[in-house]
Design a protein around this ligand. Sequence first.
Ligand code: PLP
Length: 340
Amino acid sequence: MIDLRSDTVTKPSAGMLAAMTSAPVGDDVYGEDPTVTELENEIAALLGHEAGLFTVTGSLANILGVRALAAPGTEVLCEASAHIARAELGAHAAISGITTRTWSAPGGQIDLDQIRGLIAPDLGPYFVTTSAVSVENTHNFGGGTIQTSYDALADELDTIGLPLHLDGARLWNASVASGVPLSAYASRAAAASVCLSKGLGAPVGSVLVGSAELIKEARVWRKRLGAGWRQAGVLAAAGLYAVRNNVERLAEDHAHAQQIAELLADAAPGSVKPDQVETNIVVADIVTTGKSVAEVIETAKTQGVLIGGVDATQLRLVTHLDASASDCRKAAETIARLLQ
Ligand SMILES: *Cc1c(COP(=O)(O)O)cnc(C)c1O
């Protein structure tokens, strides 16, 4: 099976497993796991922040990061297909008492005009007050897009005095593709999260970064939500290995995604614009082919290729370190045949 459903499907490599089994560990709830501490410090430094917190998932890192910026009963603005709005099962409302209002833009891009129109200052006891703006970079359901107005939004929020939350699950991909350093992106946000378990290939984990004070509070809330952990250094070691070995190679995943996009664009003209595929995610709209997303996914599976769907008309293929160039070409050829 060639599995391009997600970049979360990777398995730890031999080198990563060796790092995990030889990691020094301790009780992280007591702050005594040296490998966890090393990971948190290394990622905080890489992202230009004071402190970091290792979490079991990116969703938890986002829950902790957003709640640190927004009090219960206030709102966070985000794009309509943002992970925090669509794919965290309402956690920000269910757990933190935070509502979202959304703008909608192609590729999940920042739209400054729409955001300006949405931002609600404190108008007294009637309208919900905006506490923060959250941006995803790269944007997952937008097709792995890099935010083009990221700095412009950050500048504007600085002027207004509103904090920026960065869901940087795939910030590594944005940085490798754009050449913009990780810290140049992340340091603009008051709280930022990155995933180790996506394209970097670790089995588990994300890191939230922010000020020492913000992370201290997030650490309390992590434990309060039942997600304190003990000898988590075995997992942190995988994260350290991933950050030290698997970032630069993301360029290969991007090249593979580009190849896939070109093959699909040839087979189903207009389904995907290869010049808009910037990183490791290919979203193809197959509405004009007359095929259904469910049918293509099912048939591809019988031919040894696993892919995903975003909605009723869009397929999603994600490249990663366990899918070679020839795997990706084979998968794209299979899907291309099914679309013709
Ligand atoms: C994967 C992902 C997350 C976190 O997902 P978990 O499965 O909770 O680790 C957050 N944001 C984006 C954009 C993602 O793609």
